[in-house]
Design a protein around this ligand. Sequence first.
Ligand SMILES: CCCCCC(=O)SCCNC(=O)CCNC(=O)[C@H](O)C(C)(C)COP(=O)(O)OP(=O)(O)OC[C@H]1O[C@@H](n2cnc3c(N)ncnc32)[C@H](O)[C@@H]1OP(=O)(O)O
Ligand SMILES: [Mg+2]
Length: 223
Amino acid sequence: MDLKEKTIASFKKYVSGDEFSQLKLPVIPKASVLIPLLVRDGQLRLLLTVRSIHLKQHAGEVCFPGGKSESGDRDEVHTALREAEEEIGLPPDKVEVICKLFPVINKTGLLITPVVAFIEDSFKASPNTDEVSEVFTLPLEFFTKEADHSGYPVPSVFGPTHSFMYTDPSTGKIHQIWGLTAALAITAAVLALGKKPEFEIGFNLDNPASGFKDILNRKLSKL
Ligand SMILES: CCCCCC(=O)SCCNC(=O)CCNC(=O)[C@H](O)C(C)(C)COP(=O)(O)OP(=O)(O)OC[C@H]1O[C@@H](n2cnc3c(N)ncnc32)[C@H](O)[C@@H]1OP(=O)(O)O
Ligand SMILES: [Mg+2]
């Protein structure tokens, strides 16, 4: 098995895809994010964006391509692919969806479904500057390293709010990756690599769905 096949097998080992089908989720606004993985020089990398400073929500912050679902969207995967095409020019037919991860509810009450996928290493982003000011990639295993992690004690959807500082060697720019985006990046890294980091991640690798279900139910009880 090559790295891509191994990664897909690892996700499938931890995520069956119907973990939450029996959950009675209330009708709350939905969004999706695409968690784009790529293989470069035998290593898994993750694509992230820097949001435009003109946006109302999370201006200038690092996040995954994504956004709120629209009436014409078929499902959460369609939302993720449509938003990624709108925001960074990623053609949906160049995306190999692996699976949906466990949905999370963010602080504005959006039910966000992460969609994990492989994209081609040759993809060159064309950011929609209304929403995206920059696109960069970094090694996925960066999110399992204690060294760059400074978890705050602030309780968040996943336990301690995670925060990382990444210096992009190709630009010298320093990006802070924190909160929801950091938590989803850690989750993708843990499930793809099948190994837990040294710091607390808020779910058990032996049964990740149960951890996420608890977190979701805690958030739903507060809505
Ligand atoms: C303590 C714990 C911390 C918890 C909080 C954090 O994690 S903060 C930590 C760091 N930050 C993060 O992790 C980022 C987390 N947020 C996100 O990932 C994202 O905001 C989200 C997935 C939740 C929702 O996605 P988006 O905000 O991109 O939503 P979406 O793409 O739909 O719309 C974004 C904005 O783009 C514009 N926009 C969208 N579609 C458009 C269109 N067709 N034509 C024109 N403009 C458009 C609108 O201005 C819209 O804002 P409007 O629709 O508003 O006009
Ligand atoms: Mg968006």
